[in-house]
Design a binder for this molecule. Structure first.
Ligand code: BTN
Length: 341
């Protein structure tokens, strides 16, 4: 597992790093006890230091059982969304390097923009237990009940021209779909451009917003909303036919800090692949995970059209073949899926 960002000689970071190693080993063995000796060896510390790490994790809400002779077993991950709960679970290098937690905020995207304008670094995260004015795509609102959803935003400072920003949205959608699958939503696919859905029901949405000069991105904010442990009755009535959650898909309650950590890791992985290898591999994976390609679609919005979704273009546009045979590049709009081709 990659190490959390640490500053040499900073004992707080060393402790966090060691907490993360203990947690990773306990998580790996899930239902089993891990011997104290194994943990001490991995950390290269004496038993007294291991006890401090176990106490530190318990103080953050992790429930760890001890059995003489057998060692330690992780039985519960806390569901609170603070830095103290997310950071020890995080294996990413830069994303989540600093986590700003708010019990309540208007929109984590707004807060992330504020922090970015004040100099926040690439990878800083704003997470909230509740948003009072959460925003969705195309001017819609994003409403999520307190305590059952994950709403966070990441400050990004990509070295790309503003015109390439949709590539980030596509990379983030790939990451979110993969994370959802890994956490039990096995049928998660991507509806163009970046809705993550399971058999037509939305489980997560992403909103990328840019602050840019004509030739340079000052910063981007990637906002992520995930329905984690909502039951059907937690959704507003009008959304019930088109919404789902990780709990409904997997049958298991996932602790939100773990969902947040896994998402950040996947986002980091896909953004760094995008940085080193360009859009090609990202677009290929998007095609594999897409629920839009190969369907008759209706695009609503300023320029409504209907046709067959045939491919993703090199700039993230959706290529739609209309009834008259024209190939139209769709850059914005809402997609309605009609029949399979
Ligand atoms: C959509 O599917 O319309 C996008 C939804 C994005 C919602 C997230 S929740 C966290 C972040 N803060 C916001 O105000 N919006 C995004």
């Amino acid at each position: 597992m990659p190490s959390p960002v640490a500053t040499a000689g900073d004992s707080h970071w060393t402790d966090l790093h060691q907490d993360a190693i203990v947690l990773a080993l306990l998580l790996e063995c899930a239902d089993d006890f891990v011997a104290g000796g194994v943990l001490c060896d991995k950390l290269d510390v004496p038993r007294a230091e291991l006890l401090k790490r176990i106490d530190s994790l318990r103080a953050r809400g992790y429930v760890i059982h001890t059995r003489g002779g057998l060692g330690y077993r992780l039985v519960e991950i806390p569901d609170q969304l603070g830095d103290a709960q997310i950071a020890p679970l995080l294996a990413s290098g830069e994303l989540g390097r600093k986590i700003h937690y708010f019990e309540e905020v208007e929109s984590t995207n707004d807060e992330a923009h504020r922090l970015a304008e004040a100099g926040a670094l690439h990878g800083e995260v704003v997470v909230a237990d509740f948003q009072t004015r959460g925003r969705g795509r195309r001017g819609r609102s994003w409403v999520a009940p307190r305590g059952k959803a994950l709403t966070f935003s990441v400050v990004l400072r990509p070295a790309i021209a503003p015109a390439r920003a949709p590539e980030i949205t596509i990379a983030a959608a790939v990451a979110a779909a993969e994370a959802a699958r890994e956490m039990g939503a096995g049928s998660a696919r991507i509806k163009w451009p970046n809705d993550v859905e399971c058999k037509g029901r939305k489980i997560a949405g992403l909103l990328t917003e840019l602050r840019a000069e004509p030739d340079r991105v000052r910063h981007a904010v990637l906002g992520v909303g995930v329905n984690v442990s909502l039951q059907m009755h937690d959704f507003p009535e009008e959304l019930r036919p088109v919404a789902t959650s990780l709990l409904l898909e997997s049958g298991e309650r996932q602790p939100r800090p773990l969902v947040c950590a896994r998402l950040l890791e996947h986002i980091e992985e896909w953004l760094s692949l995008h940085e080193t290898e360009g859009f090609g591999p990202v677009a290929d994976r998007w095609r594999e995970l897409s629920s839009t390609l190969g369907r008759r679609v209706r695009i609503t919005g300023a320029d409504p059209i209907e046709g067959d979704a045939v491919d993703l273009a090199e700039d993230g546009a959706l290529l739609v073949r209309t009834g008259r045979g024209a190939l139209v590049r769709v850059l914005a709009g809402d997609v309605e899926h009609c029949t399979l081709l």
